[in-house]
Design a protein around this ligand. Sequence first.
Ligand code: NAD
Length: 324
Amino acid sequence: MSPVFVTGAAGFIGSSLVDRLLADGDEVVGWDNFSTGQERFLEAASRNPGFKLVRGDNLDPAALKQAMAGCGSVFHLAANADVRFGTEHTRRDLEQNTIATYNVLEAMRANGIKRIAFSSTGSTYGEAELIPTPEDAPFPVQTSLYGASKLAGEGLISAYCEGFGFEGYIYRFVSILGERYTHGHVFDFYQQLIEHPGWLKVLGDGSQRKSYLYIQDCVEAILHTTRGETARDSRHRVQVYNLGTSEYVRVSDSVGFICGTLGLKPELRYGGGNRGWIGDNPFIFLDTRKILSTGWKPKLSIEQGIVRTLRWLEANRWVYDARR
Ligand SMILES: NC(=O)c1ccc[n+]([C@@H]2O[C@H](COP(=O)([O-])OP(=O)(O)OC[C@H]3O[C@@H](n4cnc5c(N)ncnc54)[C@H](O)[C@@H]3O)[C@@H](O)[C@H]2O)c1
C-alpha cells in the first residue's frame, strides 16, 4: 500500500493520527512547518521505519507537490487552528486554511492522489439556529474568519470531488481534548491556576455551552470512515461528518471539573457577557447521528476527556514554554 500523507503531522491532532496510522501498519509521510507543531510529539514516530518527516510549508506548492509524490491518500490537518484573533490578522486564516487547502488539492492532482480527509470545524456553523446542529443545517452565516476560511476549504474539496473524481471526507470537529492538547480553555485555565491558584479569570459569564471530544475518539472516527470508504459511492463522492459527543457542558461545569481534579477552590472572576471573544459561539452542540450511524461511538465522556487533558498537562508542563 502507498504511504499516507499527513499535513500538520507535528500538531496535537496530526501527531496522534500519525501514531495510530503507524501502529496499524500504515507507512506515513508527515509534513509540517513546525509553526505550532512539536518535535517531541513525533519522537516515537521518528523511531518507526515506516515514518518519514518532511519539513515544509503549505504555502510552498512546489515543495508540497514533491513531498507528496508516491503517496496514496492525504489527511489534511495543517492550519491556523486558533479561532480567536482572526480580526487581528485578517490574511492568516485565508492563507493558512483556504489557500493552503487549495495548494494541497493541487499537489494531489499533480500526483494523481484522489482521497482527502480534511479537519474542518463546528465553527463553520457560526451561531446556528438549529441545535443540535446537523450537517445539512440551513446554509450558515459566518461569525469568524476561521470558520469562513474552513468553509471555503470544504467548498474547494467538494468541487475537486466533482471536478476531478476525488473522494472527500470532511470532519466538522467540536473542540478536541486529550494528550498533546496545546491550545484551548483547559490549557488556558491550567496555566492560570499554576500561576495564581487562588483565582481564575473566565472569559464570558461561564454560561457558554460547549461540546468536546477526546482525541483518540476523534482519530478513531476519522479512520473508521476513511477506511470504510463511506464517500466512495455517495452522491458527489464527498461525506461531511460532525464529530462530537451527544453531550455538552457549560464553561462553569468545566471549571468545576478542572478545579475538582486539581483540588483547588479559586475565586472565579468572570469577564462578563455571553461570549469570550468575537466569533465565540455561546452554544456549540452538533448533531452526531450521522457519524454514529456508521457504527463509531465515542469511548470517553467530556468530563473524562477534561481529566485526561489535565493529567497530561500536569506531566508535560514544557508545552507552556513551547507554545509561548
Ligand atoms: N483542536 C481542536 O479542538 C480543533 C477543533 C476543530 C478543528 N480543528 C482542526 O484540526 C486541525 C489540527 O488542529 P490541532 O489542534 O492539532 O492544531 P495544531 O496547531 O496543534 O496543529 C496544526 C499543525 O499544522 C502545522 N502547520 C500550520 N501551518 C502550516 C503550514 N502552512 N504548512 C505546514 N504545516 C503547518 C503546525 O506546525 C502544527 O503542527 C486544524 O486544521 C484545526 O483547524 C482542531
